[in-house]
Design a protein around this ligand. Sequence first.
Ligand SMILES: [Zn+2]
Length: 138
Amino acid sequence: MTHDKLQKRGRIIASRCYLCKETLETNNHLFLHCKVTTQVWALFTNLASLNWIMPEHIADLLSCWVRRGGSKSQRRWWRTVPACIWWIIWKERNQRIFVGKECTIEKINWKVITTLGFWCKEMNIEEEIQLVDFIGAL
Ligand SMILES: [Zn+2]
């Protein structure tokens, strides 16, 4: 659980975001608004040439993270992006807390891209070529 959820259950902790070390850790901060996480989101919003304004809450993001146009497989892998970002950010957060190791933003981005590619392959989402093109553009 993020710190805000632990505090609601009565745990006394000095909360701070382990990614940016600048503010309280909440779900919405960690997964949407942290300055580390926003760099990962920017990979994808830039790819899609989106003029993106991050919603305040996770539920709002899920309701508007829709790719218009493109093939069915492109739309499927696009819908997978939020879960992939959140999985890698959660693992990075836990690594920093419990192992004491930090990855650079470049390595975090690389983990998101390679994990997304792996997940798409496992879900039989074709058109991996777009991911390859995406990686090549970085
Ligand atoms: Zn942060």
